[in-house]
Ligand binder design. Structure first.
Ligand SMILES: Cc1ncc(COP(=O)(O)O)c(C=O)c1O
Ligand SMILES: N[C@@H](CCSC[C@H](N)C(=O)O)C(=O)O
Length: 460
């Protein structure tokens, strides 16, 4: 609503500009109306994320500021590579979609609000986001990171260490002392995942961020928040300098697009990241930006259903004797730590059977659970990380890092929880993973897999 359209039209006096005066008086009279948020720059750009009233996340996810010239409820897809200029000086807000596109800008500003960030940027995939971050590195720089990481992250870091002159330290990031030991004047980035994929280990972001910044104020602490999404955790508020996530997962929610999201509170770091995105051309395309914007609006309802299903399934598996890794379980060694940082446990859990063959049979016997990589989708997924998402980590490294070969990862969707449990029970029975008695059923104890006997750095 433009001020001049307001039914609360005011009589003017004094030297104060009329719109400022109206805003002041209206602000007092109707404090719930978002006067700042509605005083928008022209279509299609929404107002800066720092302007206007802050709402609860449920509202922020669906409420978008700004509108196009026809007041379209859904921000239009500006499917155009170029934008005509009004003068030879080329002063238009947009000139070329690699450099900027109104649909992408709208999404970025929406994400900045949700991620509690000064600036958000969107790129073609989660790995693209990490690639943009690592372009801040120079040969000789050091990266400190975890020993349980998404396989693709591990692969990119390995490539940088073999081809880019970057030194990468993989340590157990659940132990801040281990991180502290390798921090030094050459540390440029501390890269954290929490919960880790797929061992679901929890990393103390505030503590590690403090240690890293004390050791070297120039260090950038980057957190991969893919497992939880901004609905459940805001790493920037926990001391991180950069947060990134795969928009392919919870943010979009339907496995129909690839995207990566970056968010920062330092405009200088934001500018550097934007430079790389424009220079390398990895910004998210207009259609995918629109699709991601649509997905974000249902993040809360999806995630809450997925999370409550995941809790039921984790408790079900644990009650029947399986070793389950899920931060929502009190038995998780870092359950309390997780709750100090996050507003929920998410919907990814893993469990072990003690046998690779049994695990394979379970995965193949499940029907509602699709055998698929990725997570965050409305459909439930089942996978064997060592064969699938983490296959790019060689077998020797997997063994050194105590990644159990039989581990099964469940990425829980929004289906009916009883149906999911029935389907899983049937798969466990047909795979021979459980002993069925008149009292019920229980996991068959196969002891630890032989190859992993000698490994001790497993937190469980
Ligand atoms: C934790 C985590 N981070 C980053 C990525 C990379 O995201 P994308 O597949 O969108 O490149 C993935 C999965 O692919 C992931 O699981
Ligand atoms: N073939 C892909 C595997 C992608 S795994 C996707 C996801 N992060 C997960 O953890 O399931 C590749 O080589 O990257």
């Amino acid at each position: 609503m433009k001020m001049s359209d307001s039914p609360l039209e005011l009589e003017g006096h004094g030297s104060e500009s009329s719109s400022a005066r109206k805003a002041k008086v209206l602000g007092k009279a109707v404090s719930k109306i978002d006067l700042d948020g509605h005083d928008l720059p022209p279509s299609p750009a929404p107002s800066s994320p720092r302007n206007g009233k802050r709402y609860a996340i449920a509202t922020e996810l669906v409420y978008t500021e700004g509108s196009d010239q026809y007041n379209a409820s859904s921000t239009p897809i500006y499917q155009s590579a170029t934008f005509k200029q009004t003068s030879a000086g080329g002063e238009g807000e947009y000139d070329y979609t690699r450099s900027g596109n109104p649909t992408r800008t709208h999404l970025e500003r929406h994400l900045a609000k949700i991620m509690r960030a000064e600036r958000a940027l969107v790129v073609a995939s989660g790995m693209g986001a990490l690639d943009v971050i690592t372009r801040l590195l120079r040969p000789g720089d050091e990266v400190v990171t975890g020993d349980d990481l998404y396989g693709g992250t591990n692969r990119l870091l390995k490539y940088l260490s073999t081809h880019g002159g970057i030194i990468v330290h993989h340590v157990d990031t659940t132990k801040p002392d281990s991180v502290q030991r390798v921090l030094g004047p050459k540390t440029a980035i501390v890269l954290l995942e929490t919960p880790t994929n797929p061992l679901i280990k929890i990393v103390d972001i505030p503590k590690i961020a403090r240690l890293a910044h004390e050791a070297n104020p120039q260090v950038l602490v980057a957190v991969d928040n893919t497992m939880l999404s901004p609905l459940l955790q805001n790493p920037l508020e926990l001391g991180a300098d950069i947060v990134y996530e795969s928009g392919t997962k919870y943010l979009s929610g339907h496995h129909d697009l690839m995207a990566g999201v970056l968010a920062v509170n330092s405009s200088a770091v934001g500018e550097k990241l934007y430079f790389t995105i424009n220079a390398s051309g990895c910004g998210l395309a207009p259609f995918d930006s629109w699709l991601l914007m649509r997905g974000i609006k249902t993040l809360k309802v999806r995630m809450e259903q997925q999370q409550s299903n995941a809790q039921r399934i984790a408790e079900f598996l644990e009650a029947h004797g399986f070793k389950v890794r899920y931060p929502g379980l009190k038995s998780h060694p870092q359950h309390e730590l997780h709750n100090t940082m996050a507003r929920g446990a998410g919907a990814v859990l893993s469990f072990e059977t003690g046998s690779v063959q049994i695990s394979e049979r379970i995965v193949e016997a499940a029907k509602l659970w699709a055998i698929s990589v990725s997570f965050g989708c409305v459909n439930s997924l089942i996978s064997m990380p060592c064969r699938m998402s983490h296959a790019s980590i060689d077998a020797k490294t997997r063994q050194e890092r105590a990644l159990p070969e039989d581990i099964i990862r469940l990425c829980v969707g929004i289906e009916d929880a009883d149906d999911l449990i029935d389907d899983l029970s049937r798969a466990l029975a047909s795979a021979g993973a459980i002993r069925i008695t008149p009292e019920g059923f229980h996991a068959i104890d196969r002891g630890p897999p032989a190859k992993l006997d000698t490994l001790s750095n497993n937190i469980f």
